[in-house]
Ligand binder design. Structure first.
Ligand code: UDP
Length: 337
């Protein structure tokens, strides 16, 4: 299939594109490079620099490429930032998605896999969380993703665009070539690993008085390669129907457990400081992924946290090496001239 991947230069996008190419799909990456990197676009994919808010550019992309399906990942995705700047989240996530859907409608493209989030649930009433759980977001990030999920239902009814919304829990880990690199980094695992690498002095734990056994937040970490493979499986059912699926492993780990596991994996002591809660963070988010396992035969290949953190650690060390080689090379060429 010929697939347009918005946000294909980002963390989840880069691995999804890599996996699509491995399965011989033709891929066009559409990314504004605001948080993504050109170096994260896998060889073999066509790259178009563009913003999802740019209606003209989107129309041009669809008129010059025979796109059969869209994987829509381009979005702002930080709970904390969304609380400080909801306007940015409504603009990029809601208006950006509507522009994309308008361009798809005009071009007659009728399949979309949408990157949603467990943040649509808010504070859960039941764990593990099923797709039927009520949606009551506690952050503007979750609210904007829920708004798009709802819009998709109307776009199906009126324009026949089929959708699968994938509600990711906590994406983590790396493939051999692509991983998580944000500037500034706000996510727990890469921050913990940066401390292990000596790039950061300490990691701050956001809140120690949550109603959990050790007082820190519990999350369900799912490997980015497993997330990528869920997108590919989701494409397969779009011929038949629209759906919403959770993607998680079903195991919850507290922030303290993540730090302890990272110490074990890296063999390094990680300095921790304890701070206040981050607004918008629910205490516990753990998925039931029974539905996607049953309906699409998806199953996480990376089942334990140690494996997930190990893959991120190997990739981060490799990146650091590449960076220091590049630095040495540029210093070398500076001395030569
Ligand atoms: N967290 C933390 N320190 C950090 C980053 C995150 O204590 O430097 C906590 C955060 O409050 C949440 C969990 O770790 O409970 C996972 O956060 P992350 O930002 O990685 O993912 P999110 O759950 O926001 O998608």
């Amino acid at each position: 299939m010929k697939i347009l991947v918005t946000g294909g230069a980002g963390y989840i996008g880069s691995v999804t594109v890599e996996q699509l190419l491995k399965r011989n799909h033709e891929v066009i990456v559409y990314d504004n490079l605001s948080t993504g990197r050109l170096s994260a676009v896998a060889e073999g994919a066509k790259f178009i620099e563009g913003d999802v808010l740019d209606a003209e550019k989107l129309a041009e992309v669809f008129s010059t490429n025979r796109v059969e399906a869209v994987i829509h990942l381009a979005a702002c995705a930080l709970v904390g930032e969304s609380m400080a700047n909801p306007l940015k989240y409504y603009q990029n996530n809601v208006i950006g998605s509507l522009r994309l859907l308008e361009a798809m409608t005009n071009a007659g493209v009728k399949k979309i896999v949408f990157s949603s989030t467990c943040a649509v649930y808010g504070e859960p009433k039941e764990i593990p969380i099923k797709e039927t759980h009520e949606t009551n977001p506690t952050s503007s990030y979750g609210e904007t993703k829920l708004a798009v999920e709802k819009a998709l239902r109307w776009f199906e009814k009126s324009y026949g665009i089929r959708h699968v919304s994938l509600r990711y829990f906590n994406a983590a880990g790396a493939s051999e070539n692509y991983g998580e690199l944000h500037e500034p980094e706000t996510h727990l695992i890469p921050n913990v690993l940066r401390v292990a690498l000596g790039e950061k002095e300490h990691v701050e734990v956001f809140g120690t008085n949550y109603p959990t056994p050790d007082g820190t937040c519990i999350r369900d970490y799912v490997h980015v390669i497993d997330i990528a493979s869920a997108h590919i499986k989701a494409l397969e059912i779009l011929d038949e129907k629209s759906e919403v699926f959770n993607i998680g492993c079903g195991d919850g780990y507290s922030v303290k457990e993540v730090i302890e596991t990272a110490e074990k994996v890296t063999g390094k002591k990680i300095k921790v400081i304890y701070g206040d809660r981050r607004t918008g963070d629910p205490a516990v988010l753990v998925a039931s992924s029974e539905k996607i396992q049953k309906e699409l035969g998806w199953k996480p290949q990376f089942q334990n946290l140690e494996q997930i953190i190990y893959s991120a650690w190997i990739w981060m060390k490799k990146m650091l090496e590449v960076e220091s080689n590049q630095l040495q090379a540029s210093q070398g060429s500076f001395h030569e001239t």
